[in-house]
Design a binder for this molecule. Structure first.
Ligand SMILES: [Zn+2]
Ligand SMILES: [Zn+2]
Length: 238
């Protein structure tokens, strides 16, 4: 069965059932991601003791609003506002993946910078900054306005071009992985990558942790390119 045939099975489901399906999918992504994050930090056995009830409730809320974004994306796809390229051509997949990462990196840098600079919207982002020493679950402690803001940015981007479906799925996995790397307690990126002249542009654990301790720097998500370019980059070690 092709990817298109699999997706067409969803056509027959009513929106409520679809939403529940996406809620389970996003919930599993959160559970697996948080568990791997605590495991990477060496805290797998003690993870339940490190998670508060408030963090669990915010995570359930983020999963809920992420599922609304997923459902909106599916409806846009169904009505051909979002059009995917289902051909499996390796070069196209690679180019589209790079394009998605580069575009979202710039858009999210600007979005993040703006929400820090405008007090009216910062009050929504403040919730995430309640954690100056984040753990993997902090990635999901987000106000619904912020979740929907990032989601709308994403939906606008995938409506503009016909991206490869496979590249889009790889990008979505990359997005969760990079989010988790930024919210670990210990540096995940080895020195050999951090100091490599080609790879040093990628965001590290300390890059985003520094943003939690000093909100005046490091607004990027996947790379430090825009922070270096616009003078908001700082490097400390954890
Ligand atoms: Zn921030
Ligand atoms: Zn964060």
């Amino acid at each position: 069965m092709t990817i298109q045939e699999t997706l067409s099975l969803l056509d027959h489901l009513n929106p409520m059932v679809l939403f529940l399906l996406f809620y389970v999918e996003n919930g599993l992504i959160a559970i697996v991601g948080i568990t791997i994050g605590f495991w990477a930090d060496g805290n797998f056995k003690t993870m339940l003791g490190k998670i508060s009830k408030t963090e669990v409730l915010w995570t359930l809320s983020t999963v809920f609003f992420n599922s609304i974004v997923t459902l909106a994306g599916y409806e846009l796809f169904k009505h051909q506002v979002v059009i995917f390229d289902f051909e499996l051509r390796p070069l196209n997949v690679i180019i589209d993946f790079i394009l998605l990462v580069a575009s979202m990196d710039l858009l999210m840098y600007l979005f993040h910078l703006v929400i820090h600079r405008i007090s009216f919207v910062y009050k929504y982002h403040d919730l995430h900054h309640h954690y100056d020493k984040p753990t993997p679950i902090s990635l999901f402690v987000l106000h619904p306005v912020e979740v929907l803001g990032f989601g709308i940015l994403w939906l606008i981007l995938i409506s503009t071009l016909s991206f490869s479906f496979v590249a889009t799925i790889i990008y979505l996995i990359f997005n969760v992985v990079m989010g988790l790397i930024g919210h670990l307690e210990k540096e995940f990126i080895p020195d050999v990558i951090k100091h490599n002249k080609y790879l040093k542009w990628f965001a590290t654990t300390s890059f985003h942790r520094d943003h939690h301790t000093d909100e005046g720097c490091n607004y990027g998500f996947y790379t430090s390119i825009w922070d270096r370019l616009f003078g908001t980059w700082q490097q400390k070690e954890i």
